[in-house]
Design a protein around this ligand. Structure first.
Ligand SMILES: Nc1ncnc2c1ncn2[C@@H]1O[C@H](COP(=O)(O)OP(=O)(O)O)[C@@H](O)[C@H]1O
Ligand SMILES: [Mg+2]
Length: 445
C-alpha cells in the first residue's frame, strides 16, 4: 500500500495483483510499462510472474522484491531476465529511483528500435521512382549488373540519382551484407584524397599519429562508391587503376601490400570520354571503369516522371513534417512541367520540401514553388513548327524549308555586315552577284 502510494505520487497508474494468476491477467489486460513483483506470493511465485512478463514482451522491465537475506533468489531472478531487485523492507525512494530509470531505459529502447527500423527501411532497397522508359532501361541495366562483380560507371548530371543507383546496386548485390562506402573525389582536397582512399601508417607524415584505414580497406567485402571520379587528379588515377587491376594497394607510408575484395561503382557528371580526349583522364582507367556503363537521363528528358516524383516527395515530406497529406493543384503541376530542372531530382525534391513547408492549407499552389522563370523549358519546337507549312510532298516541304532558312540566313548576314552586300556575300561564302539575285528574289531590299 505504501509502495502503491509512492508510485502513484509520481503520476504513474498502478494495477495490483494478489497472486500469479491475477498478475498474468493484468499483464494481458493492462499492458503495464513496468512490473514490480515479490518473489514470494500467496499462490504461485514471482518467478512465474517474471516468466509471464518476459513471454509477453522480452523487453518489459521487471523488478523483483526479495526478503532480506535471500540474495540467491534475487540473482536467479536476474538470470531469468529481471532488471533489478530490491531487498525488503523496500525503501520507497530507492524504488522510485529504480522505476524512473527503468522507464527511461524503456523509452530509449523504443526509440532505438524505431530508429533502427527507420534506418533499415532507408537502407533496404532504396526506392527509385519513375515510369519513363529511359529510366526503366537504366534500372533494368542496374538489375542486370547487380548479380556480378563488374565495375559499374554511372553517368548523369548532378541530382539525377547516381548515388541512389549506387546504393540500390549494393543492396541488390550478393554483397548487401557487407559495407557500402562512399567517397566524393570532388569534395576532398587533392592532397588528402590519397590517404582517404588508401589510408596511412602511423608517422607517414606530420600529424599521422595513428594508423588510419582508407576507404578501400573499409569497403572490404562490400561496395566502394567513387563519386565524381572525373575530378580525380592524374597521379591518383594511376594508383586507383592499379588497385582496380590487382585488388591490392599500400597505405601511405607503408610497404606492406594489402589485398581487398571490393566491388567498385563510379559516378561522373561529366563526359569522361571528353576528359580522355583532353588528357585529363587516363584512357586505361576509363576503359577499366566503363565495363558496365549506365546512363541516368536528366529529369527534363523524362517529363512523365516530374509529376510522379513531385507527388512522391510531397507525400513523404507531409509525413515527415507531420502535416496533413497535401495535393498539388493543377496550376502547380503545370508549372513544374514547364520548368527545366537544371538540378534534376534533387532540385525537385528540395522544391517540394519547401512547398510543403510554405503551404498553409492542404493544397500546394504554383506560388508555393518559387521556381525561377529563367530556367523555364525553352519555348521550342511547337512554336517554330506551328508557323511552318507542311502541305505537299516531301520535296515541296524540303524546298520550302530551304528557302526559309536561306532567307533568314541572308537577313542575318546583311545585318551583321551593316547592310554592306559585298561583306555579307563574304560572310555567306557566295559571290556578290548571286547574293544580289537572292536579295531581289526574297524581296529583302
Ligand atoms: N528516381 C528517383 N526516385 C526517388 N528519389 C530520387 C530519384 N532520383 C534521385 N532521387 C533523390 O534525389 C536526390 C539526389 O540524388 P543523388 O543520388 O544524390 O544524385 P546524384 O548523385 O546524381 O547527384 C537524393 O535524395 C535521391 O534520393
Ligand atoms: Mg551525388
Amino acid at each position: 500500500m505504501m509502495l502503491r502510494l509512492a508510485i502513484e505520487g509520481q503520476g504513474h497508474a498502478v494495477v495490483e495483483a494478489r497472486n500469479q494468476r491475477e498478475a498474468a491477467q493484468a499483464l494481458q489486460q493492462d499492458r503495464p510499462a513496468l512490473v514490480l513483483t515479490d518473489l514470494r506470493l500467496p499462490e504461485g511465485d514471482g518467478f512465474g510472474v517474471l516468466r509471464a512478463a518476459k513471454e509477453l514482451d522480452p523487453e518489459l522491465p521487471v523488478i523483483v522484491m526479495t526478503a532480506y537475506g535471500s540474495i540467491q533468489d534475487a540473482v536467479a531472478a536476474m538470470k531469468e531476465g529481471a532488471l533489478d531487485f530490491l531487498a525488503k523492507p523496500v525503501d520507497p525512494d530507492h524504488l522510485l529511483l529504480m522505476v524512473d530509470r527503468a522507464l527511461a531505459q524503456r523509452r530509449l529502447l523504443t526509440e532505438y528500435i524505431l530508429l533502427k527500423e527507420e534506418l533499415g527501411a532507408r537502407r533496404g532497397a532504396p526506392q527509385i521512382i519513375g515510369d519513363a522508359p529511359s529510366l526503366k532501361q537504366a534500372i533494368l541495366a542496374l538489375q542486370r549488373a547487380s548479380g556480378s562483380d563488374a565495375t559499374v560507371l554511372l553517368e548523369g548530371e548532378s541530382g539525377t540519382g547516381k548515388e541512389l543507383f549506387a546504393r540500390a546496386l549494393h543492396t541488390l548485390s550478393p554483397r548487401s551484407e557487407g559495407p557500402f562506402v562512399a567517397i566524393n573525389c570532388a569534395a576532398i582536397p587533392d592532397n588528402l584524397l590519397e590517404t582517404e582512399l588508401f589510408g596511412h601508417e602511423k608517422g607517414a607524415f606530420t600529424g599521422a599519429v595513428a594508423r588510419k584505414p582508407g576507404k578501400f580497406e573499409l569497403a572490404h567485402r562490400g561496395t566502394l562508391f567513387l563519386d565524381e571520379i572525373g575530378d580525380l587528379p592524374l597521379a591518383l588515377q594511376a594508383k586507383i587503376l592499379r588497385a582496380l587491376e590487382e585488388r591490392r594497394f599500400e597505405r601511405v607510408g607503408g610497404t606492406q601490400s594489402l589485398h581487398v575484395d571490393v566491388r567498385i561503382v563510379a559516378a561522373t557528371n561529366k563526359a569522361l570520354r571528353a576528359g580522355v580526349a583532353s588528357k585529363q583522364f587516363r584512357e586505361d582507367l576509363y576503359f577499366r571503369l566503363s565495363v558496365f556503363p549506365i546512363a541516368i537521363p536528366p529529369l527534363r528528358d523524362r517529363q512523365v516522371d516530374i509529376p510522379i516524383l513531385a507527388r512522391h516527395f510531397v507525400e513523404r515530406f507531409c509525413r515527415e513534417l507531420k502535416k496533413k497529406a497535401a495535393m498539388l493543384a493543377p496550376s502547380a503541376i503545370e508549372e513544374i512541367q514547364k520548368y527545366s530542372w537544371p538540378g534534376n531530382v534533387r532540385e525537385l525534391q528540395n522544391c517540394m520540401e519547401r512547398a510543403v513547408i510554405l503551404s498553409e492549407s492542404d493544397t500546394i499552389h504554383a506560388r508555393h514553388l518559387n521556381l525561377s522563370l529563367h530556367a523555364l523549358m525553352p519555348a521550342e519546337a511547337p512554336n517554330t513548327w506551328a508557323a511552318f507549312d507542311f502541305s505537299g510532298t516531301l520535296a515541296d516541304v524540303t524546298r520550302r524549308a530551304q528557302t526559309e532558312v536561306e532567307k533568314k540566313k541572308i537577313e542575318l548576314a546583311l545585318k551583321e555586315a551593316g547592310g554592306n552586300e559585298g561583306r555579307a556575300a563574304d560572310l555567306l561564302g557566295i559571290g556578290y552577284k548571286p547574293l544580289l539575285v537572292k536579295i531581289k528574289e526574297y524581296g529583302l531590299r
